[in-house]
Write a protein that binds this ligand. Structure first.
Ligand code: PLP
Length: 474
């Protein structure tokens, strides 16, 4: 009689592998075909909420199905519900790319399934992360004393920055909870993730000061000083300032050097959110956007935005890894093995314990494209944005709404907000392109974001043609 624990034999691993070899080849062909013909898909899916859920069974199958059956449903049911972020005419939010070297690396990383809790569980994860982030740091012209670590998103990276800032200012917070008086400063234009970090860490929304910006949507340093002085006079404890290099709405760049002066004067941790525009610092002519970063405490850049990596990979750098470690390490020193100082335990530098092999795709990408091809592409995107801005200016029906130092152009039809919204809807309904909007100075503004590796100047021109065709004639 068999024991309850040996009810039959487990299926053979080798049979799974054989199935995979056949379906895997098909899938790679499918991927190449998709990447070659992404333009044939409407950028936005033509489905209603709930359509996908209604098309799928309510329960998972009892008996396994063939890859053929699953792939068929992937094509017939899942694909029609996909918004094609990898489409050359996806120009909404920040355009991005799942590029070929990274796709390959993701397959390999999933195959190894190695988990970098600490050095011993995966030396490759611990060390390649340092190497790849070191290479990227050099390309961006950041100083060597910036320690790098990968998190999933910029939101989580900034959460770690604010936690480290709190650790420095209020070391008792780790044990006792935050002191109620801590105050964080950032601009009105900064990303919501900064406020969310304050919510998550118990700093509280009321202790986030959204500092006024100038006519070009940059934080005003004198308003920052004024707010800090007021808080100090009221018995509050300013502890952190966050500068944005490339704001989400208009891609404005806060005055980092002036903010570094202020941070030094008042003893604040300075974090730079360069999630989108940090990649531009790879171009020597844009390096100035990070001037002052050598005096910041931390910085985040998202290669999954404008550096052609698929989500997710956020590169977080800090000049105070000791403080980050003090904020998060839970293994008492006397319990840690006598470690070689080169054997980094990345679990000590943040919330996640498990760590997938994200650096593999960054390393593949940096090697496969090399700095020159990346620079060439970033330069083309910036040049096309400037050309587009010129065409917008030449049409009397439109006006430019913000400076456009990078690859995003904000502009509006000279009409009502509703007319701008209707124009956006009409253009997106064609399926040929996907654009998004924002609000600047209280008015609805249209955004064209260039950033996909497959985008050509013809694509940008087509987006503009569609806008012109659908805009009311004056
Ligand atoms: N910071 C800025 C300036 C952003 O524009 C964004 C997203 O667009 C984020 C942070 C959040 O990025 P993530 O989705 O990686 O959390």
């Amino acid at each position: 009689m068999s024991s309850p624990h040996s009810a039959g034999s487990a299926p053979e691993w080798s049979a799974y592998v054989e199935d995979f070899r056949r379906a895997g080849r098909q899938a790679v062909d499918w991927i190449a075909e998709y990447l070659e013909h992404t333009r044939d898909y409407p950028v936005l899916p033509r489905i209603k909420p709930g359509d996908l859920m209604d098309a799928l069974p309510r329960s998972a199958p009892d008996k396994g199905e063939s890859f053929d059956a699953v792939l068929k449903d992937f094509n017939d049911i899942i694909m029609p519900a996909v918004t094609h972020w990898n489409h050359p005419r996806f120009m909404a939010y920040f355009a991005c790319t799942g590029s070929t070297p990274a796709i390959l690396a993701e397959m390999l990383a999933a195959t190894l399934n190695t988990n970098g809790l600490h050095w011993k569980t995966s030396p490759a994860v611990a060390e390649l992360e340092q190497v790849a982030l070191g290479w990227l740091r050099q390309w961006m012209g950041l100083p060597d004393d910036y320690f790098g670590i990968i998190y999933d998103t910029a939101s989580i990276s900034s959460l770690h920055a604010v936690a480290a800032a709190r650790e420095l200012a209020d070391p008792g917070a780790r044990e006792n909870g935050s002191t109620p008086n801590l105050v964080l400063y950032t601009s009105q234009e900064s990303h919501s993730s900064i406020e969310k970090a304050a919510i998550a860490l118990g700093i509280g929304q009321k202790n986030v000061r959204k500092i006024a910006t100038d006519a070009e949507f940059r934080l005003r340093p004198e308003a920052l000083v004024q707010a800090i002085e007021q808080d100090r006079a009221a018995g509050k404890r300013p502890f952190c300032a966050v500068a944005t290099v490339g704001t989400t709405s208009s891609t404005s760049v806060d005055p980092v050097a002036a903010m570094a002066d202020i941070a030094e004067r008042y003893g604040l941790w300075l974090h730079i959110d360069a999630a989108y525009a940090g990649s531009a610092a790879i171009l020597p002519e844009c390096r100035h956007i990070l001037q002052g970063a050598e005096r910041a405490h931390s910085l985040v850049v998202n290669p999954h935005k404008w550096l052609f990596l698929p989500v997710d990979l956020s590169a977080f750098y800090t000049r105070r890894p000791d403080i980050l470690r003090r904020a998060f390490s839970l293994a008492p020193e006397y319990l840690t093995p006598a470690a070689d100082p080169r054997a980094l335990n990345l679990m000590d530098y943040g919330i996640p314990l498990g760590r997938r092999f994200r650096s593999l795709k960054l390393w593949f990408l940096l090697r496969y494209f090399g700095r020159e091809r990346i620079q060439q592409t970033l330069r083309a995107h910036i040049a096309w944005a400037q050309n587009l801005a010129g065409m917008v200016e030449a049409d009397a029906r439109f006006e430019i709404s913000a400076p456009h130092p990078f690859s995003v152009v904000c502009f509006r039809y000279k009409g009502t907000d509703d007319e701008n919204r209707a124009l956006l809807e009409a253009v997106n309904a064609t399926g040929e392109v996907f654009l998004s909007h924002t609000v600047l100075n209280g008015r609805v503004v249209l955004r064209v974001a260039i950033g996909n590796l497959g985008t050509t100047w013809d694509d940008v021109q087509r987006a503009w043609e569609l806008l012109q065709q659908h805009a009311p004639k004056h």
